[in-house]
Design a protein around this ligand. Structure first.
Ligand code: NAI
Ligand code: MG
Length: 355
């Protein structure tokens, strides 16, 4: 039996357009082995489009992808277009309108990819669960008295009970499935309204998951511990801002931003979820054919998992981890000389050769 999925591809800018074709090739190859086929619709939503047409995506953009099974995105952002324009014109509307309230980022130190931290070895294996649609990244606030000496800006952080509860439930469920523990990132010693509320809801959630060991740590101390002893973590849950910072830090701990994947999930599956490498458009290397495609390929593997094909997802993961472990072939960000294409070919061989 053949299962068919419709995937919305948004390559975006810079190396986003270079890493999605490899991800797509890997999906097609693994799909053939598992009776899955993928139909792709490609959308040119990007900073290039913004410059030509004045918007990152068309007015009815979200309606055009609402009924796809998933969205696979490369990267958006380009010099000359302010980053808040590209972010709020494309990524944030997709995350919010499709209620992708979980941003999930696995962090693993892989064999053959040295971490910049001397002490970080293969024991490093955790996930950051970031609240993805509210919190500190809100549109509520404003500016007053622009240009006067008493110029000011106010930005409100918004924490709702359902918004916090649902992401905590996802994080505790993940910790239970992994058989691990959970750390909540907080700052209730300094931020005296929203963070104590977050802490209360964490305690309540812990009551619903009595089998999961948990603790909370202030974000400043927590980031230091992630650097000093990353192997001790299993699931870290944080607000939008804390989760954003933690997950980029953690990606760096794992060796290269070029490897790191992310999923923006609507766990209820009422809307498509979106999968994207953590890295940006890398204008400094764009167009050279040297980008590391692994962040995108790993994201595609997360997509397979979300679509209900964990064996296919694991095959993709095993294929690229075995290429890293058994060969010295690397893209430039990992100290090698392989092109995106050469490196992708090896992964495709590993996918089709695996049994
Ligand atoms: P970046 O991730 O694009 O690049 C940071 C550094 O890492 C660069 O030296 C780059 O060459 C390298 N790098 C990143 N991914 C790589 C890969 N796959 N292979 C090899 N090297 C890689 O971050 P940067 O420079 O801060 O941002 C560039 C643009 O991308 C900005 O416009 C930014 O707003 C946007 N951006 C978009 C994101 C997204 O679409 N989710 C996330 C982060 C940044
Ligand atoms: Mg970030």
């Amino acid at each position: 039996m053949n299962t068919r999925y419709r995937i919305a591809l948004i390559p975006g800018d810079g190396i986003g357009t270079e890493v999605l074709p490899p991800a797509r090739a890997v999906l097609d190859a693994v799909g053939r082995r598992h009776g899955l086929s993928f139909g792709y619709d490609t959308f040119d939503w990007s900073c290039a489009r913004y410059r030509a047409e004045g918007a990152m995506m068309p007015d009815d953009g979200l309606d055009r992808i609402r009924h796809h099974d998933a969205v696979l995105l490369g990267a958006v952002g380009w010099p000359g277009v302010p980053d808040h324009v590209s972010l709020w014109g494309l990524l944030i509307p997709i995350r919010r309108q499709f209620r992708q309230y979980v941003n999930l980022r696995p962090i693993k130190v892989l064999d053959g990819v040295p971490s910049p931290l001397a002490g970080a070895t293969g024991d490093v294996d955790f996930v950051v669960v970031r609240e993805n649609v509210e919190g500190e990244y809100s549109e509520i606030g404003g500016r007053l008295n622009r240009g006067f000496p008493d110029e000011m800006a106010v930005q409100e952080a918004v924490f709702t009970r359902p918004g916090v509860e649902r992401v905590l439930d996802y994080a505790f469920t993940t910790a239970r499935r992994r058989g691990g523990d959970l750390v909540s990132a907080t700052k209730s010693n300094g931020i005296v309204h929203t963070m104590p509320f977050w802490d209360e809801l964490v305690r309540e959630a812990a009551g619903r998951f009595p089998e999961v060991a948990w603790r909370q740590e202030h974000i400043d101390a927590l980031v230091a511990k992630v650097v000093l002893d990353p192997a001790r973590f299993d699931v870290i849950v944080g607000s939008n801002l804390f989760g954003d910072i933690l997950s980029d830090l953690a990606a760096a701990v794992a060796g290269s931003i070029g490897l790191a994947p992310a999923a923006n999930l609507n766990p209820e599956r009422a809307y498509p979820s979106m999968f994207e490498p953590v890295h940006g458009s890398a204008p400094d290397i764009a167009g050279q054919g040297t980008a590391n495609p692994l962040g995108a390929i790993w994201s595609a593997s997360m997509m397979l998992d979300h679509l209900g094909h964990p064996e296919a997802a694991a095959e993709v993961f095993d294929a690229f981890t075995s290429v890293l472990a058994m060969t010295g072939v690397r893209t430039r960000d990992l100290g090698g000389t392989a092109s995106t294409e050469d490196f992708t070919r090896l992964i495709l061989e590993a996918v089709t050769g695996s049994q």
